[in-house]
Design a protein. Structure first.
Length: 225
């Protein structure tokens, strides 16, 4: 089915739910979609997209403004621009113990038996043992990517590093107790922002001896200078 036919078919639904199309799109595809619309010469298509709030009516967006960077930020931008698409870090192995899982369960109040009851897990779980919370794996990203070492910061010239958020997260395979995990990081994007840089990184958490990852996510980090 052609895209135009698809949009025509969905016209009434989109009119009632203007944000639905954006929900269907992954963050990466959404970026390409917005870029396409911004460059499109078909004014009818652009007006339709603006009417349904798929792009902004503000033509003076940050993306079209010249941002003056601090010299230190310019140096980091030049360095990182040469690493786009590359794997920039492989972290150390981290042991997932039952104590680590129990401590996380205590803090989050998530005591589901698949995480905290080894005897029941051995008897009833398809994994025959306890598994780590998905959010436990996610919460370990700072240490797995070695981004919290104050003695050896990854971006020493930046005054502050801020975890701005995650574009998407998936947990393809559970982490069994006793497993070792580590993170592999690939640099996807680096863009100038006011007073700094915004980095988008794809992080994959691998399980030792397992071909499927424990977690795959796109992390957004901001550096301020």
């Amino acid at each position: 089915m052609k895209v135009v036919d698809f949009l025509k078919q969905k016209k009434e639904i989109l009119a009632q739910n203007p944000f639905e199309l954006k929900d269907w799109l992954s963050p990466t595809i959404r970026d390409y979609w917005i870029e396409f619309l911004n460059k499109a010469h078909n004014s009818q298509l652009v007006n339709w997209a603006r009417e349904h709030q798929l792009i902004s009516n503000d033509t003076s967006s940050t993306a079209h403004k010249t941002i003056e960077l601090h010299p230190k930020a310019e140096a980091v931008l030049e360095q990182l621009s040469q690493q786009l698409g590359e794997e920039i870090h492989v972290g150390p192995w981290f042991d997932i113990t039952q104590q680590t899982i129990d401590d996380f369960a205590h803090v989050t109040q998530d005591h589901q038996w698949i995480h905290t009851d080894p005897a029941r897990a051995e008897e009833q779980s398809p994994f025959k043992t306890t598994i780590a919370h998905g959010f436990l794996t996610l919460s370990l990203l700072p240490v797995l990517t070695e981004s919290v070492d104050s003695d050896n910061p990854r971006y020493p010239t930046a005054k502050m590093t801020v975890n701005y958020g995650l574009n998407q997260v998936r947990f393809p395979y559970p982490v069994k107790v006793g497993s070792r995990i580590r993170a592999r990081t690939r640099l996807c994007k680096v863009n100038p922002i006011k007073r700094g840089l915004e980095l988008v990184k794809e992080i994959s958490v691998e399980i030792e001896g397992c071909r499927r990852p424990a977690c795959v996510t796109e992390s957004v980090v901001r550096l301020y200078f």
